[in-house]
Design a protein around this ligand. Structure first.
Ligand code: AMP
Ligand code: FES
Ligand code: ZN
Ligand code: ZN
Length: 324
């Protein structure tokens, strides 16, 4: 190929802004945005994520992934016939959470999606670092448990069919490989494109970016011009995930599209992975899902504050999300 020849968009023939190796396509900005929107729509259809007439609660962190998810989903509400609302959780992490919150609010305003904020310090009286210190558990694991609990609780109280999460292809591939290496096979089931809800107290989850690369979420957000938080959480520490990511990035480099093929075969194989041994039960204190009779949120707050807060929180969260 003549090195001086300009690279052109595969759709319109104008100068290209980006080359997607996995698709072997060049795009101008406009057609890149169309292409990613199409990928999200195809992913939603392929895995039957959204039923016509349903209501979806999008979990928005302020980062590029969930913002791109909100942008693309908000463009599909009419075509796929669903209602979209959003939720952000302010985790109270110094030097991080206030920026995340204001960006999440701005993205919701730009997309015109109704949203609510749950502020952990207002609800519990403690932020993530304080809660983690009090119960002597690593902040990331406390944070994960708190987010899962509050997202599910908000979903139940809003009465939505599904919670939409912004996990992209690259992160999901890492979590799946990690769980495989540790032989946590039941957890691989939870990392598919969607998980089903249960009996009115466990809301189903979907991942509309299941087949979208992390790099594309960043490009999408910046081509559209919406703000997103680029700072990493200061509590993040290097772990086995980073090594797995480097390995998988190498596979993708050698064989573009490898991660898509991997996630598609995982989605097909999920029914073969073992189901949790015990049925999902209700926490005897707050009624939310639990594996052992008392949920992890009630346990954590009992240890940190001397009383379980789950039940009390339900009323407060119901009031906050009632505007949605
Ligand atoms: P993470 O667990 O931080 O990798 O985030 C995975 C997904 O959880 C994000 O893409 C969001 O959909 C959701 N999420 C993470 N943090 C928040 C937050 N503070 N508020 C609401 N949703 C969140
Ligand atoms: Fe949860 Fe960093 S965002 S610990
Ligand atoms: Zn074009
Ligand atoms: Zn509970």
């Amino acid at each position: 190929m003549n090195p001086l020849r300009e690279v052109l968009c595969s759709r319109c023939g104008n100068p290209a802004a980006i080359y997607l190796r996995y698709a072997r396509l060049n795009f101008c900005k406009e057609h890149f945005l169309d292409y990613i929107l199409g990928r999200v729509e195809n992913t939603v259809r392929r895995y039957r994520m959204i039923r016509s007439g349903s209501r979806i609660l999008a979990a928005i962190s302020g980062g590029k992934d969930s913002s791109t998810m909100l942008l693309t989903l908000s463009k599909l509400t009419g075509k796929l016939d669903f209602d979209l609302v959003a939720l952000h959780i302010d985790l109270g992490i110094d030097g991080y959470s206030s920026e995340a919150r204001s960006i999440a609010e701005e993205v919701c305003r730009i997309t015109g999606v109704r949203y609510a904020i749950l502020d952990l310090e207002d609800l519990v009286g403690l932020n993530i670092p304080e809660l983690s210190r009090k119960i002597r558990r690593p902040p990331c694991s406390v944070c994960g448990a708190v987010k899962r609990y509050l997202l599910n609780l908000a979903g139940v109280e809003v009465g939505v069919d599904t919670v939409a999460l912004g996990h992209h292809l690259d992160d999901l591939a890492v979590y799946i490989v990690k769980n495989f290496l540790l032989q946590n096979l039941e957890d691989i089931r939870k990392l598919g494109p969607k998980t089903e809800g249960y009996d009115g107290f466990l809301v189903g989850r979907i991942r509309p970016l299941y087949e979208v690369y992390e790099r594309d979420t960043a490009l999408y957000a910046s081509f559209v011009g919406i703000p997103y938080q680029s700072m990493e959480c200061p509590l993040h520490s290097m772990g086995v995930e980073d090594r797995i990511r480097t390995f998988l990035d190498g596979m993708e480099e050698d064989s573009p599209g490898f991660k898509i093929a991997f996630l598609r075969s995982i989605a097909r194989s999920i029914p073969k992975y073992p189901q949790p041994q015990s049925e999902v039960r209700r926490c005897s204190l707050c009624g939310m899902p639990s594996q052992s009779g008392i949920c992890s949120f009630c346990r954590m707050t009992m240890r940190a504050l001397g009383k379980p807060l789950g039940l009390e929180l339900r009323g407060k969260v119901r009031e906050i999300v009632s505007k949605l």
